[in-house]
Design a protein around this ligand. Sequence first.
Ligand code: NAI
Ligand code: MG
Length: 502
Amino acid sequence: MDLSDIQHFISERTAGFLKRGTHQLLIDGEWVSAANGATFETRNPATEKVIAKVAAAGAEDIDRAVRAARKAFEEGPWSGMRPVERERLILRLADLVEEHAQALAEIESIDNGKAVAIARAVDLAMTVDFLRYMAGWATKIEGSTQEHSVPYALKAEFVTYTRREAVGVVGAIVPWNFPLMVAVWKLGPALAAGCTVVLKPAEQTPLSALYLGELIREAGFPPGVVNIVTGDGLGAGAPLARHPGVNKISFTGSTEVGKLIGHASVDNMTRFTLELGGKSPVIVLDDCDPEAAAAGAANAIFFNHGQVCCAGSRLYVHKKMYERVVGEIGKIADRMTLGSGFDASAQMGPLVSQEQLDRVCSYIEAGRASGAEIVAGGERQPGAGYFVRPTVLANVSQNARVVQEEIFGPVLTALPYDSIEEVAAWANDSPYGLGASIWSNNLSKVHRLIPKIKAGTVWVNCHSALDPSMPFGGYKQSGIGRDLGRNALDAYLETKSVFIAV
Ligand code: NAI
Ligand code: MG
């Protein structure tokens, strides 16, 4: 691999990892090539250069990984471990991730394009904290005992109680926008619950999961508890989703693929949770300080280059300050400099791939064609790398494609509104319902609006804030179920009712 353009920026650990050149699958505790020897390339989106070759798993490899996970779940040392032993292993993994945070942040930056500093401050911080949060749940899984009233045996004696049991083998299919963090959103509760896992990272960003695989081995998880299979959606994701040996699928990605996974899961009665797309509204009420609202709205859309499922991509501003707020956001966008994740002066990096670049540019063209005013950006940045200028499209109509469809890039649409009723209706006029933010200090208006918004998370005077203990997921086409918090743990547990006649 040619690392000449990044070797001055990266730590020894990162260099050592990338020098492997070709990376393998983690199955049953061993690094192995794909059965048919296939590999694929992963690129640095800032330079478009190939940075690594990675094994391309196919159906045969998925089957081996699921069998290894099954064996570890039913027979291995993992199956006999006490909750406190699982807790200690997860905590050890959190310590190792923390110790290797710089290397992991660098790898995330090289593979995904995000800034190293952001990867450390957000992705790695959340990964470590969430592992620790979930580790604690391992020892707090509780059933209940109850008084019995069996209607046709009121005179008989029973002992009745419920047990929470690990659901079994989990297939985790994750996207490329927060590759390590979202992988751990699945791994954390699965391991706390006592499940075993087959993890499939996105083909655009396989590297941080593979680095994590090494740390999972070092932490001392028994073989087969976590298996990592790299490959694309059709070759590796689909065989995992339809494998009858999988008990639960946890997916984050597009609504389109989420539906395919849901259908495949129902065929086997595999449990599933889906965290899907979004088109989250940012609602600026008339009492706001326009500059503060503009800064918040800009961050809501441009963070992670707009590649955030809950990105604030639809801006609604009260008409009395619309021009002012939109103008301010335009100025912020114009001032932003674009560069690689190693360029500390850059405020935004490249999109993840040529495919996403083409997709985002085609939406900008659709916006232009539908008569939107381009307040800022509106084009890609010339030269190498998948860079798109932060873009603000004003005076779009509520039913335009750019307002209705998820773009997943640094593209904001802006509309003025008249009344609270109107903006609540527009906010909900979307197939999605992942998040929404309200910007106001008028408590009464804010509290009246919150229950009206059909979204899994409502932020007030902030956007995209996440906490390990706060459930995250969508209404409507944004998904089924919740990641994070106690709700996440529940999705990896079955409930067994026990009646003992005594
Ligand atoms: P995708 O949904 O195709 O990919 C997400 C994951 O699913 C990847 O690991 C992929 O390999 C896997 N996958 C793809 N097809 C599959 C199949 N048939 N069966 C099983 N697994 C499959 O998303 P993609 O194509 O990378 O991005 C397209 C759009 O999806 C984005 O522009 C964005 O709108 C949305 N998206 C939303 C995300 C979110 O966080 N909610 C994350 C990534 C993409
Ligand atoms: Mg896809």
